[in-house]
Design a binder for this molecule. Structure first.
Ligand code: ADP
Length: 514
């Protein structure tokens, strides 16, 4: 564009100028565009303000020429000697072609100069037709250049969509070979674009249906789209480079030649892992909660209605044991509802904590006493070093964490539970470990037990009351203290749950944390 505008201004004997694209010629985004030639960008508003007031050329008079007043020339940044000397002309040339107005070329030249299109003053007709011819040629070339420019921009926009899209985009040619593979696709599959270009897309993605059957050429979503079928959000399982499989929804669009033959297939690949996990979580939530609510309600109702029978007589011991069972089940319900509220509060706005100096040794000893009183069959040992440094923590919340971990150690230890609570001191923190010799947790499950509603599939775990919220809450509490919580476990040998808290002297001053 600049070269073209520059050449046109030179042919018109101008020194500098600007081509302003007409509003009607292009879409609003490009309407404000102009191309400069040897003109300072800051001078453009002055020039346009001047010409728009005084000189608007038309098809009939495409070229208007006017000598500009010296003060305008100075505002346009022209050298003093030029302004003082020959004088400066401002010319406006309207550019039209058969498609309509294209814009106006404004240029400045020395007052004595005339272009070859204006020189023959004795033959005005020849003059005009030469100028019209030049204008038409220039308009045609500029329109073409503007189109190319907007195509380049469009291409840039499309490339940005392709590059930054969070959805995987993969393009294949009509032989189903990969010709584009965007960064989201690279992240999804672990393949790099240069490794898969030219490869058969089925070989790279290894698609399967949800039952695990290979989707070969016969079931190719791309071939179906080529054949005119609609392929929208088709669920399939694809494999990453490392063999890991995940479910995706694929939409295929077909690009056809002018004769309607398929040229390219564009696959939009949407990773469904998260949605599926959420769906699973929702259904687990419903089944866990309904089970956890129904069981104590059924027990309470059963005992209460037996006790309420008019014809029944109970000795005081039976009566007491039934009432204790009712109380325990009511406690269980209360705890569940409390945990549900707790979890939803964590999700909605985090936890508010009142952090002060906490003597962990004292807290652990009093909790161990309570546990012994409640479960005399449990063997609990303490391995707390003398002079355990104080930590910065919210006493009530840490008590909840310890209670949850101790309850779990008891719940998930078949037979007579044996538990050790050990403390270790590092330079920065105090680490508390609750060690049991219970059922243990497989490596795969260890990754998920801190998630909401996750319960291990083992029979003992399934038959033990619980909603899979305790560890989720523990994690939220410990992390809100700036600590960590983790598990080390061997299946059928036992588990060690540990958490860390900052030592008093290493932590900030007492505070309220959200
Ligand atoms: P729940 O209320 O189900 O006990 P948690 O969040 O406390 O919920 O624990 C999640 C799951 O982790 C439990 O259902 C259980 O399967 C497993 N788990 C927790 N603690 C232990 C442990 N000490 N030993 C074995 N499994 C455990």
């Amino acid at each position: 564009m600049t070269v073209l505008v520059g050449r046109a201004i030179q042919l018109l004997r101008g020194e500098s100028g600007v081509f302003v694209v007409s509003n009607e010629a292009f879409d609003p985004q490009s309407s404000a565009e102009y191309t400069l030639y040897h003109l300072d960008k800051d001078a453009v508003p002055f020039l346009l303000a001047y010409v728009q007031e005084s000189m608007q050329p038309s098809t009939l008079h495409p070229l208007l020429v006017e000598t500009i007043p010296p003060e305008i020339a100075r505002q346009l940044g022209l050298a003093e000697e030029v302004v003082e000397g020959q004088g400066i002309e401002c010319c406006s040339l309207a550019l039209y072609d058969e498609a309509g107005p294209l814009g106006i070329l404004y240029f400045l030249r020395l007052a004595t100069r005339r272009s070859c299109f204006e020189r023959y003053s004795d033959d005005e007709d020849a003059d005009q037709s030469a100028l019209h011819l030049f204008t038409a040629q220039l308009a045609g070339s500029l329109r073409f250049a503007l189109h190319s420019q907007s195509l380049v921009k469009e291409q840039g926009r499309l490339a940005a969509i392709f590059e930054y899209s969070t959805e995987g985009i993969l393009t294949v040619d009509n032989a189903l070979r990969i010709i584009d593979f965007n960064p989201a696709m690279e992240r999804l599959t672990g393949w790099r674009e240069e490794e898969v270009l030219g490869q058969f897309y089925i070989k790279v993605l290894r698609p399967k249906d949800r039952q695990g059957n290979d989707l070969g050429l016969h079931d190719s979503a791309v071939l179906q789209a080529f054949a005119g079928q609609e392929v929208v959000n088709r669920e399939m399982v694809i494999s990453a480079r490392d063999g890991q499989r995940f479910t995706v929804a694929v939409t295929v669009s077909c690009v056809r030649s002018a004769r309607g033959e398929p040229m390219n297939g564009i696959l939009n690949v949407h990773d469904l892992t998260r949605e599926l996990q959420q769906e699973e979580q929702r259904s687990t939530f419903i089944s866990v909660i309904s089970h956890e609510l129904q069981t104590p309600i059924a027990i309470i109702k059963g005992y209460a209605s037996t006790l309420a029978r008019a014809d029944a007589r109970f000795d005081s011991q039976t009566l007491r044991s039934r009432l204790v069972a009712i109380e325990e089940e009511a406690d269980r319900l209360n705890k569940l509802v409390g945990n549900l509220l707790y979890a939803s509060r964590i999700q909605a706005h985090g936890l508010q904590m009142d952090i002060t100096t906490l003597d962990l040794d004292n807290l652990i000893r009093s909790m161990a006493r309570r546990l012994r009183a409640k479960h005399p069959e449990v063997k609990i040992e303490l391995a707390v070093p003398p002079h355990l440094p104080a930590v910065m923590a919210d006493r009530e919340r840490i008590e909840e964490v310890l209670q949850n971990l101790l309850d779990n150690a008891v719940k998930y230890s078949p037979g007579k539970p044996e538990i050790t609570v050990a403390c270790y001191v590092t330079g920065e923190e105090v680490i508390v470990s609750i060690i049991d010799a219970g059922m243990g947790i497989s490596l795969r499950e260890q990754e998920q037990i801190f998630d909401r509603f996750h319960r291990v599939g083992e029979p003992l775990s399934q038959s033990t009351p619980g909603a899979g919220l305790g560890l989720y809450i523990c994690k939220a509490i410990i992390e809100a203290h700036g600590g960590r919580i983790w598990v080390e476990s061997t299946l059928r040998q036992g588990s060690t749950f540990s958490f860390s808290l900052p030592r008093e002297e290493k932590a900030p001053l007492p505070m309220v944390v959200f």
